[in-house]
Design a protein around this ligand. Structure first.
Ligand SMILES: Cc1ncc(C[n+]2csc(CCOP(=O)(O)OP(=O)(O)O)c2C)c(N)n1
Length: 623
């Protein structure tokens, strides 16, 4: 049986265990080759190959519903469900998504990208099944990292609403992106150890019984595997929630997985099957450093070296190093991350003995991270919450109710604002200017270069009047000229980059560079545009803006946020108050979900190049 001949899970259902094991090896090779050539999530997907095979073997997908949490680990699932041919297009423009996506396949029962949604969504499917009096199975796969998300507990609390089978597979590899944190992950580790030693003790006890009785007992033990879980496993926590706990099982043993799934799917209960897997399995470099190989750029398989090394540091590291400098001077600064210490640059502070104990990784718990910060701020600390723009969406009410309403000085650092590239619509940070701008008391900054960014981080940690946010894109840096001194920026004030006439271009964030490109095009046509670096999306210096507007006939705003509710909308609100406002041209992301692709190509296609900005201005200037 070869992968290329598998068009749907039906094609594996008659196979022998040996054939399935050989298939697992082939899938691993394909995943490794694909990610090594085009990048992607590697170690999580390598760890779930046997699981995906066993699930599609034992369950009647897509009639049975299979939901993956986050979905970054679902590459084997994609390969088994008719996407082998398209697998080489994974995460590329026009290609298949790096995550399960309903519009892509009937086997992708629920779209994902963000963590901890699977149990709630699965319960929705289960209740719908019950109401429609159907009998299909509902299975969700969730990692130990994603189990730390609060929404999972809200769902567990409601699971008894279904009266038929609902199965949660807890894929425990002891890792989130980095090692899983918190008491829950400690509890799960204890389950694995306790269970095994309990079984060992139990085995010893059986062996101590005279042969004719012991042999019979062992037989009973084999045949009564399901009944045994009640006495042999310590999953008390889950059982107390009326969830039957089974495991832990070896998540790489296809035979054992299939037998377990076949046994459990007939139970009319909510069941949790705890499996142990190794992140990165099959690729030694990834098993020894699964965090590094969670997601990777293209690399040489032989030695793991990245094919195109990025020569410059990232904005993420600029943030981390800048905050490290500031935190050494100010002991009140506390860093908070939601399972993304490295991803957000707080690793620099975690690794430094002077600041390590002021860095808190709370797990995939963005809501908790924000309200935890609010508590710290009440006691006079300066919490810096570093969360990607897209994941901070999770904590919207916490930002409003716990932070802004009480006007607490919490610093929000939003990395990955704007387009992120191949992770696509679940991960683009396209909405933060819109969602933060409506919140009273909030200050929002976006730097146009690295030195301004450093000054904004400094300004944010100095600001004690309420919440303040700083957003910047996923990017390597553009300059080697990083200055060491800091200066505090006046809140709400823009910077005039170049004075001109008639046309005014206001850029917010790193897209200021595109405004300068656009100005170059316009200059060739005889225009002399004024260029502004907005620096702030809120508050805005309304009078100063009005003064500028009164001297120009066309105003263009340029942002890598949705134009709906974004910076351009803020400017429109000012213009709406003017008697004879200039014409407004808003350039930004559309009011639709932007697909995956290379960041530069996406920008180009969305009209965010210098030429497109200039063209849009010209067509408005001419009419
Ligand atoms: C709400 C949210 N926060 C953060 C992330 C970033 N993220 C992607 S995968 C991941 C770790 C998931 O760990 P786990 O569920 O254990 O899966 P594993 O990769 O170990 O298989 C994190 C933190 C996310 N996708 N969603």
């Amino acid at each position: 049986m070869e992968l290329k001949d598998i068009n749907s899970p039906k094609d594996i259902r008659g196979a022998s265990i040996q054939e399935l094991e050989a298939l697992a090896e082939e899938i691993r090779t394909v995943i490794l080759q694909q990610v090594s050539q085009h990048g992607g999530h590697l170690s999580s997907s390598l760890g779930t190959v046997e699981l995906a095979i066993a699930l599609h073997y034992a369950y009647d997908t897509p009639n049975d519903i299979l939901i993956w949490d986050v979905g970054h680990q679902a590459y084997a699932h994609k390969l088994l469900t008719g996407r082998y041919e398209k697998f080489s297009t994974l995460r590329q423009s026009g290609g298949i998504s790096g995550f399960p996506k309903r519009s892509e396949s009937v086997y992708d029962a629920f779209g994902v990208g963000h963590a901890s949604t699977s149990v709630s969504a699965g319960l929705g499917f289960a209740i719908a099944r019950d109401l429609m009096q159907k009998n299909n199975h509902i299975v969700t796969v969730i990692g130990d990292g994603s189990m730390t998300g609060g929404m999972v507990f809200e769902a567990l609390n409601n699971l008894k609403q279904t009266k038929k089978n609902f199965t949660i597979i807890l894929n425990d590899n002891k890792m989130s992106i980095s090692p899983s944190v918190g008491s829950l992950s400690k509890y799960l580790s204890k389950l694995s150890v306790k269970h095994n030693s309990y079984l060992e003790e139990f085995g010893k006890f059986i062996r101590s019984i005279p042969e004719h009785v012991g042999g019979k007992l062992r037989e009973i033990m084999e045949s009564g595997k399901l009944a045994l879980e009640n006495i042999a496993t310590p999953g008390q926590f889950f059982r107390d929630l009326s969830i039957r706990y089974f495991g832990p099982f070896d998540g790489h043993n296809i035979k054992e997985l299939i037998e377990t799934f076949n046994d459990i799917k007939e139970l009319p209960d909510v069941c949790l099957i705890h499996i142990l897997t190794q992140k990165g399995k099959g690729y030694e470099l990834a098993t020894t450093n699964p965090a590094k190989w969670h997601g990777s750029d293209p690399f040489h398989i032989e030695d793991g070296s990245i094919i195109v090394e990025k020569p410059r540091p990232t904005l993420t590291s600029i943030f981390g190093k800048t905050l490290l400098t500031l935190a050494k001077q100010d002991k009140k600064i506390i860093g908070i991350s939601a399972a993304m210490l490295d991803g957000c640059g707080l690793n620099f502070l975690k690794e430094d003995p002077e600041t390590a104990d002021r860095i808190f990784d709370v797990g995939i718990a963005e809501e908790h991270a924000v309200t935890f910060a609010a508590g710290l701020a009440c006691e006079g600390f300066t919490p810096v919450v570093a969360i990607y723009s897209t994941f901070l969406q999770r904590a919207y009410d916490q930002i409003i109710h716990d932070v802004a309403l009480q006007n607490l000085p919490v610093v929000f650092i939003l990395d990955r604002a704007g387009l992120v590239g191949s992770d696509g619509p679940t991960h683009h940070g396209a909405l933060d200017l819109s969602y933060l701008r409506t919140i009273p008391n909030m200050v929002i900054m976006a730097p146009s270069d690295e030195n301004e960014m450093r000054n904004m981080i400094y300004t944010a940690t100095q600001y004690k009047n309420g919440p303040i946010a700083l957003r910047y894109p996923r990017a390597i840096t553009y300059t080697n000229d990083i200055r060491t001194e800091f200066s505090e920026l006046p809140i709400g004030k823009f910077r005039i980059v170049r004075k001109g006439k008639k046309v005014l271009i206001i850029g917010i964030g790193f897209l200021l560079a595109k405004c300068l490109d656009a100005a170059g095009v316009l200059e060739k046509k005889g225009y002399e545009p004024t260029i502004i670096d907005a620096r702030f999306a809120k508050p805005l210096d309304v009078e100063a803006y009005k003064e500028l507007f009164s001297k120009h006939s066309v105003v263009a705003t340029v942002e890598d946020n949705s134009t709906t509710g974004g910076f351009g909308s803020a400017i429109a609100e000012i213009l709406a108050e003017m008697k004879n406002p200039p014409r407004l041209v808003r350039v930004g992301l559309p009011d639709s979900f932007v697909e995956q692709g290379e960041i530069d190509e996406l920008r180009e296609s969305l009209g965010l190049s210098g030429q497109s900005i200039a063209d849009k201005i010209l067509s408005n200037a001419a009419t």
